[in-house]
Write a protein that binds this ligand. Structure first.
Ligand SMILES: Nc1ncnc2c1ncn2[C@@H]1O[C@H](COP(=O)(O)OP(=O)(O)O)[C@@H](O)[C@H]1O
Ligand SMILES: [Mg+2]
Length: 443
């Protein structure tokens, strides 16, 4: 056995500690940095170095390393303001990398330090493309567009899956517009909006006398879509009995109106959509497996907006152009704080929600810049306290500081110096309290 090499006296034990801490961090969470309260990098995992493509200089400023001196640095701004933040930023060494990095900061208790998670964004850096009223930079979306183009000409059924507001109906329109049926009708029906019997009559029509009030033969959406495309939105909500009839229509290419006897031949292309996993519905016994296979010959999945964060500001820009055309307000730029708030929001309602938020901003605000204060409170705030800091910081700079200092002192006095309870009294998080205390020289 070779004797162990003696440790050279030059190695600083603190460096060894940092290296071990970095390795441990890497094992636990992959690419990550630990920052101290001055935003200096104290620990870096090996994966962070690999992602950033260089040694991570310990002690250097994280804001500078990650954001350089770019004019828009929402991530650096949020760190400096003491706000937890998530953003997709251009890769710090743009000379060697074309990609983007997703960075997320999590405050470390009391001490004021930060844990910053880093992850490469696949294809997030793509060029914006417009496809049938859909804008994207996202590689998966572009792949979806390619599939749509390929299958549009066939009559194959397409099932679009995506959360509300992700563009499912736009996809259905694109499929129709690219098909030989484009001169024919496009009809959409929301299967979640009507109870079973009404839905059946809406889809397949009814004959005179089929039920009270059926005063004449009335064609349904299927017949009205003859020669064109029928979009079945929220198809997972079709009741089981009606699913059997849909299946029969797809197999026989005929329908029988409610109260009728003779099948009517129909020529429609079916595009359907759902926000659910149809397979789960099948497993739960709520959806027929045979119908699922018929409907989703080509499955298409639209990622949620939060899964393609590089699209948020792109879509905001495009929607602003559209809203500018209405003429009430002309917005030519987005304030960094407003852009950061848009990027940070989760967007459960996806592009539809983004459009509504911007329409709100057009109605609420004035001037050529979309400001943070133009956004609805739930978008502008990460947590009420932090938003208050952002909004208040301008006023604070103008001399509101003394009253805040007084409030902090009072809260601490009332709680006997207990910061947890003082923060609660002030309606702030512990971290916010600590940061405000630091601003006033109390911590
Ligand atoms: N990629 C996109 N680019 C531009 N606008 C979009 C995009 N995706 C959705 N929209 C817009 O968002 C709104 C919701 O789209 P829609 O197709 O109705 O979504 P879904 O059917 O999935 O609920 C519409 O106003 C639509 O024009
Ligand atoms: Mg829809």
């Amino acid at each position: 056995m070779a004797p162990r090499a003696p440790r050279t006296p030059r190695v600083d034990p603190a460096d060894v500690d940092r290296e071990l801490a970095g390795a441990a961090l890497g094992e636990l969470v992959g690419a990550a940095l630990v920052l101290d309260e001055q935003l200096r990098i104290r620990v870096a995992s090996p994966a962070a170095a690999a992602l950033l493509g260089s040694e991570v200089p310990l002690g250097a400023s994280a804001a500078t390393l990650l954001c350089g001196d770019r004019p828009k640095r929402p991530f650096a701004e949020a760190l400096a303001a003491g706000l937890p933040f998530q953003a997709v930023i251009p890769h710090p060494s743009m000379t060697t990398h074309a990609g983007q990095v997703r960075a997320r900061s999590v405050p470390l208790a009391e001490g004021g330090g930060w844990l910053v998670f880093l992850a490469a964004v696949e294809g997030g850096d793509g060029e914006p493309v417009l496809f049938h009223r859909m804008w994207t930079r996202d590689a998966r979306m572009k792949e979806t567009f390619r599939i749509i183009e390929k299958v549009a000409a066939e009559d194959v059924t397409v099932l679009v899956r995506g959360e509300t507001g992700t563009g499912k109906e736009l996809v259905a329109h694109a499929l129709h517009a690219l098909s030989p049926r484009r001169a024919g009708p496009f009809r959409a029906i929301n299967c979640a909006a009507l109870p079973g019997p009404l839905l059946e009559s809406e889809l397949f029509g009814h004959v005179k006398g089929a039920f009270t009030g059926a005063v004449k033969d009335t064609p349904g959406h299927v017949e009205l879509a003859h020669g064109g495309t029928l979009f079945l939105d929220e198809v997972a909500e079709v009741p089981l009995e009606l699913q059997a009839k849909l299946l029969r229509m797809l197999e026989s290419r005929t329908i029988v109106p409610v109260g009728g006897r003779d099948p009517i031949p129909v020529d429609v292309r079916i595009v359907s959509a759902t926000h659910r996993a149809l397979r789960d519905e099948v497993e739960a016994g709520r959806f027929r497996a045979d119908l699922m296979y018929r409907l989703r010959v080509i499955p298409v999945r639209l990622p949620a907006l939060r899964e393609r964060p590089a699209d948020i500001l792109l879509l905001a820009d495009k929607l602003i152009v559209e809203l500018n055309a209405r003429g009430r307000r002309q917005i030519t730029g987005i304030a960094p704080s407003a852009g950061a708030a848009l990027e940070r929001h989760e967007w459960p309602g996806n592009v539809r929600e983004l459009r509504n938020v911007l329409a709100y901003a057009f109605a609420i605000g004035d001037g050529p810049t979309l400001e943070l204060r133009d956004l609805p409170p739930e978008i502008a705030a990460i947590e009420p306290a932090s938003a208050e800091v952002v909004v208040a910081s301008a006023e604070a700079a103008r001399g509101d500081e003394s009253s805040e200092l007084q409030r902090i002192r009072e809260a601490l006095a009332r709680t006997g110096g207990n910061r947890d309870r003082a923060a609660k009294l002030l309606g702030w998080s512990r971290v916010t309290l600590w940061r405000r205390m630091r601003t006033h020289g109390l911590a």
